[in-house]
Every structure is written in structure tokens, then in C-alpha cells.
Design a protein around this ligand. Structure first.
Ligand code: PHE
Length: 408
């Protein structure tokens, strides 16, 4: 049965010959894992945001960048391409590369899609972060949904040249028709472009150091984007490979003029969050970011600046068992005694043991997680069960259970 309507985030789209978004892709829309507490992507996002808050402050010490993290991923062809001067025949527009809702709407292929609307709203310094969608190969480093953080910084002549007010941003005649050279757009003065390039490159090299450490080796590669000129990629040397970290450049001036900005020059960049998180935390497979396995997620229950090295969790479905017992009053007991006992009997099939509660040394409740040897006794304690007072664990004959009975 062919359905002619598609409803997504409370909007209805009329399907046409461009519609190619699948149910599987739609199921990712709105998950917002980039702002999920203690998610590795959220940690990377927060570290980048904090870096910008620290680097750019006004005279009163307040951050100048505003941050947008929940802009809806459904955008128009105009937002994603036209407003960014992407040529009509550019391959990035093709149905084989994007997820179209119909001819006019698609799931954004980059966060840059929101540049124009935020400039129109009057912002001069802003960060935008969220989920982006691209049809691509399938391997451990590619997934059709991933996350980006984009930035825009616009500067007036006075902000740029406060040391020498005789300098100008724009060439006389302000020729926006001619496209210029790889070095600069025709409308910009060389002084303006060089100062902007310097600020952009110092900021981004500093970001690479913030993320990967002071000693990180990096290099700049000349490249092309429809929306910046000149354009560069920043690569970092990580584990014997040059890794493409981000794309950036001096914003093409017509994008600013079309958004009502006539007296400023801007720089912009976009960085993918997954690749950074995979390197920082040694996460081997991009699909793990979508995991709900607490064996994965709990490893990131840390401050975003903490160094975490991901330790592989079982690829089998998680199995949670809980266990409670009385403690003898006349004997010493430490949690480690129980961990040793469990390890001794359960061996390496036990992934983690969490102490839920210990009440006045009377009883406690442990949850043994991913005890693969006992896949047939799945029992996941519900949150309300865990909040109840510890039940006295008593065997059928009325006697408190022994340790071994509990583990069997
Ligand atoms: N949008 C580009 C990408 O997805 C990155 C970029 C953003 C490049 C802003 C330049 C300026 O690769």
C-alpha cells in the first residue's frame, strides 16, 4: 500500500518522487543523543562548547557564543543547499546522498544548513549542534546518522581592525559578482582575510589541542566548500594516521548579504562528534553510540573532561540478575569479599556488579549485570523494586539463604 503522507516531528510531508527516507532512519529522529546526560557524544559536544565559552568573552567576562542544540533536523532544500550557494548540479544534492522527505524537504546533511536563519535572527557568534543524515557506505566508522557541531563568527571592521582603523574589510567597488581566487574572495581585502584566517586557525588548532592534548601534531589542507572561500581541512596525526578533523573557511559573502548582514566578514567551521569520540575514548564501532547497554553507557558516567578508555562489553544481549542477602553480625564483611566470591564462581562472564544498597550492615542488594552463564534466568529489577526496603531473603524453610544458594 502506498502512503502519500509522511508525518515527522509534528509536521506532515506529502510524498513524491524524491521521498527516499526509510522507517529505520526516521526511528533515529528526535533521539538527541548529543545532549543525553553522560553520553560520550554529549561529553565531546560539551568540551567544544566549553572551549568556545573560555576563548571568546566580552568586556564583562561573559561568553559571546550562543549555543543551539535542538534545532529540528527537517530542513528545506533552500536551507541545506541554496542558501549556502551550493550549485544546482552539485553531487551533494543527489537522492543517492541525502534522505529526502520530498522535493522540498530533507533531513539536514550538515549543521551548516542553519547558518542563514540564525544570521537573519541577528546573531553574530553562534554554535549549532545536532544530528545529521547522509546516505553512505556501511562500515565501523560510517553510520547514516551522525552528529556535528558548527560555528559562525562574524566581525565588523572595528572589531577586526581596532589596532588600525584605516584598514577596510571590503575592496572598493565591493565586487560580489566575481568569485576571486583560492586565496580570497574578490570583495574582501587581503588584510581582512588574513586576520580572519589567523583567528580561525589559532582557534581551531587550540581546539585540537584541547581535545587531543598539547602535543598533538596537526596540518592544514586547502580544500573546497561551496559556502567558504578560502576553505581548509584540519587534520590531526592520531595513532599513525592523518585524521580529517574538521572543515572550515571564510564565509562566502553573498550568504551574509542574503541574510541581511552587510557590514561584517565571517568565518565558519564544522566538526563531526563521532570521530572525535571514537579516537578519544577508543570506541571501536560507530553503532555503539546508539547502544542502551548500561555496560557501555556506565563507562561514561564521568565529568566530560575525564579521560575514559572504553572497555569492550559483551556483544550478547545484556542480562541482569539481582541478589540480596543478610550479613552475619558476628563476622567482618566488605563488598570486595562478595566481588571475589562472585568472580570465583561466575568467572569472566560477569561484566559488572553494582551495589544497590547496604542498610545498616543488615542486608544489601546487588545487581550482577551481564552474567552470561545464566542467560536463561533473565530478571531485570524495576526502579520501584530497587527503592523498596530490602526484603529479608529467606529460603523456603525459613532460614536465611547462604551465599552459595544465592549465587546458584
Ligand atoms: N558542512 C561541512 C561538512 O559537513 C563542514 C563545514 C562547515 C565547512 C562550515 C566549512 C564551514 O563537511
Amino acid at each position: 500500500e502506498v502512503q502519500s503522507n509522511l508525518t515527522l516531528l509534528e509536521n506532515t510531508y506529502i510524498k513524491d518522487d524524491f521521498t527516499n527516507v526509510t522507517d529505520k532512519i526516521i526511528s533515529h529522529v528526535g533521539k538527541n543523543i548529543h545532549i543525553k546526560e553522560n553520553h560520550p557524544l554529549s561529553h565531546v559536544r560539551q568540551r567544544i562548547v566549553n572551549y568556545f565559552y573560555k576563548c571568546f568573552v566580552n568586556s564583562r567576562g561573559n561568553p559571546v557564543f550562543s549555543v543551539y542544540e535542538t534545532l529540528p533536523p527537517t530542513v528545506t532544500v533552500d536551507q541545506n543547499f541554496d542558501s549556502l550557494l551550493t550549485p544546482k548540479d552539485h553531487p551533494s544534492r543527489s537522492k543517492s546522498d541525502c534522505y529526502y522527505l520530498n522535493r522540498d524537504y530533507l533531513l539536514r546533511a550538515h549543521m551548516t544548513a542553519h547558518q542563514s536563519e540564525l544570521m537573519k535572527s541577528g546573531l553574530n557568534n553562534f554554535l549549532m549542534t545536532g544530528d545529521v543524515y547522509r546516505r553512505d557506505e556501511i562500515d565501523r566508522t560510517h553510520y547514516p546518522v551522525f552528529h556535528q557541531l558548527d560555528a559562525v563568527r562574524l566581525k565588523t571592521k572595528n572589531e577586526l581592525f581596532h589596532k588600525d582603523p584605516t584598514l577596510e574589510i571590503f575592496e572598493v567597488g565591493n565586487n560580489t559578482q566575481s568569485t576571486g581566487t583560492q586565496q580570497k574572495q574578490a570583495c574582501h581585502t587581503l588584510e581582512a582575510v588574513k586576520l580572519m584566517e589567523h583567528e580561525l586557525k589559532t582557534t581551531l588548532a587550540g581546539l585540537a589541542q584541547e581535545l587531543f592534548g598539547e602535543k598533538i601534531e596537526y596540518r592544514w589542507i586547502d580544500t573546497y566548500f561551496p559556502f567558504t572561500q578560502p576553505s581548509w581541512e584540519l587534520e590531526v596525526f592520531h595513532e599513525n594516521n592523518w585524521l580529517e578533523l574538521l572543515g572550515c573557511g571564510i564565509m562566502r559573502q553573498p550568504i551574509l548579504t542574503n541574510s541581511g548582514v552587510v557590514d561584517r566578514i565571517g568565518w565558519a567551521f564544522g566538526i563531526g562528534l563521532e570521530r572525535v569520540a571514537m579516537c578519544l575514548y577508543k570506541i571501536p564501532d560507530i553503532r555503539l553510540f546508539w547502544s542502551n547497554d548500561t555496560g557501555f553507557l556506565n563507562q561514561f558516567k564521568v565529568n566530560c573532561n575525564e579521560n575514559v578508555t572504553y572497555k569492550a562489553v559483551s556483544q550478547y544481549p545484556q542480562c541482569i540478575n539481582d541478589l540480596s542477602f543478610w550479613l552475619p553480625i558476628d563476622k567482618e564483611f566488605s563488598s570486595n569479599d562478595f566481588y571475589d566470591l562472585a568472580r570465583n564462581i561466575g568467572g569472566d562472564t560477569i561484566e559488572q556488579i553494582v551495589l544497590i544498597r547496604e542498610r545498616a550492615r543488615l542486608g544489601c542488594l546487588y545487581a550482577i549485570i551481564d552474567f552470561l552463564g545464566s542467560n536463561n534466568v533473565k530478571y531485570s529489577p524495576k526502579q520501584k523494586d530497587l527503592k523498596m526496603p530490602a526484603p529479608a531473603p529467606v529460603a523456603e524453610n525459613g532460614a536465611p539463604r547462604t551465599e552459595l544458594q544465592e549465587l546458584q
